[in-house]
Design a protein around this ligand. Structure first.
Ligand SMILES: [Zn+2]
Length: 371
């Protein structure tokens, strides 16, 4: 039996009083995160040439700051402990070379805090949830959490337009039998759209209403930029933009959930290239459109949905020449970015992304066979 995780997100409707407590907690979490980070930064600047000593430095815990700033005691202490854990994680990722040095959190960051479930401090009630320091908060629970799921932690957040949400992380035991692989599909990441699959050669793209919403967002953002910052019209427009952004994010997420589910239902193994999106966006100067494309979110949905069913996601090396190889005869040649069709001396003439998807599939099957 393996432990599985699943998160459930619901809308919260705190009272004014509860809102004050939530905001105070956001503030304290940010404060302590930044405090701890500035100490680490100092230590790092002092010792960066002496990695061995740097590794041994004991970093302060929230307890130290609570003595100094007693108002920190007024909020959920687990939220503060989690701020430390988050910083630890960010710091470790930095040392492993996977991320930049952690940044200070500003009020403009997404406002959130995470608390843990211990000794019945959090309880699901009828249309409400009991939370530390907040007591009973109204919640719209649009779906049931199965009884065999144990709640582990809760993240309370507020969107830019002022809506509150809670994401409840649960853990449950489930026996997952590896599924025999009979159907395989290769997906080639597509810059303009999402991907091209090896079975149809068609490009998966976001629905039209989503792209229209993106245009609307751009229009409203332009309007915002023309208003006087801080004025009441600016503020109204800022909220309008935030609401559209939230809508766009939801539409994208829904589409990616839907699309990934469809592929997971139809295939036992899905092969993709292991793309480092950050590196890629830098290298190709595509910047924003790569980050917004949703490929990262899509592959994470694929991964957990496949895993739940004992199916596989195979990532092939990003240096694998998927674009340069002929999917028919296997010969390799240079292909310019502008060449939309792959022409080969063997007679193959195929859409470049379709050709790449076929190569990705083949390589995945090869890897699966030797695994
Ligand atoms: Zn060929």
């Amino acid at each position: 039996m393996a432990k599985q995780n699943k998160a459930y997100k619901f809308r919260l409707y705190p009272t004014e009083e509860q809102e004050i407590v939530i905001h105070k907690t956001f503030g304290c979490v940010r404060f302590i995160y930044n405090k701890m980070l500035s100490e680490r930064k100092e230590t790092y600047d002092r010792l960066k040439d002496d990695k061995e000593t740097l590794k041994k430095v004991k970093h302060p815990t929230p307890a130290k700051y609570k003595k100094e700033y007693s108002w920190l005691k007024e909020v959920d202490s687990l939220a503060l402990a989690n701020a430390q854990l988050n910083l630890d994680k960010a710091y470790k990722a930095f040392f492993k070379g996977n991320a930049k040095f952690p940044k200070f959190k500003s009020k403009r960051h997404k406002q959130s805090y995470t608390t843990n479930v211990v000794n019945g401090n959090i309880e699901l009630l009828d249309r409400h949830i009991k939370l530390p320091k907040l007591k009973i908060v109204k919640m719209k629970q649009h779906r049931q959490i199965p009884v065999e799921h144990n709640m582990k932690s809760c993240t309370i957040s507020m969107t830019a337009s002022g809506k509150y949400y809670i994401s409840i992380l649960t853990e449950y035991e489930k026996e997952i039998k590896g599924k025999e692989i009979q159907s395989v599909v290769g997906l080639d990441f597509a810059m303009d759209g999402l991907f091209v699959d090896s079975e149809t050669g068609k490009k998966a793209n976001y629905p039209r209403f989503y792209r229209q919403m993106l245009d609307k967002l751009a229009t409203e953002q332009r309007k915002l930029s023309r208003k006087k910052k801080g004025s009441s019209n600016w503020n109204k427009q800022r909220i309008r933009v935030a609401k559209i952004q939230e809508k766009v994010a939801n539409q994208r997420k829904n589409f990616l959930h839907h699309t990934s589910k469809e592929f997971v239902v139809n295939y036992d193994a899905i092969i993709i290239e292991d793309l480092d999106m950050k590196g890629m966006s830098k290298a190709l100067q595509f910047g924003k459109s790569v980050a917004d494309n949703g490929w990262g979110m899509f592959t994470s949905f694929l991964l957990y949905k496949l895993h739940e069913q004992g199916k596989q996601l195979v990532k092939i090396d990003k240096w694998f020449p998927s674009t340069k190889t002929c999917s028919s005869c296997g010969s390799v040649k240079e292909v310019a970015l502008s060449e939309r069709i792959y022409h080969c001396a063997c007679g193959l003439n195929l859409d470049r992304d379709y050709n790449a998807a076929l190569n990705i599939k083949k390589e995945g099957i090869r890897l699966l066979a030797i695994a």
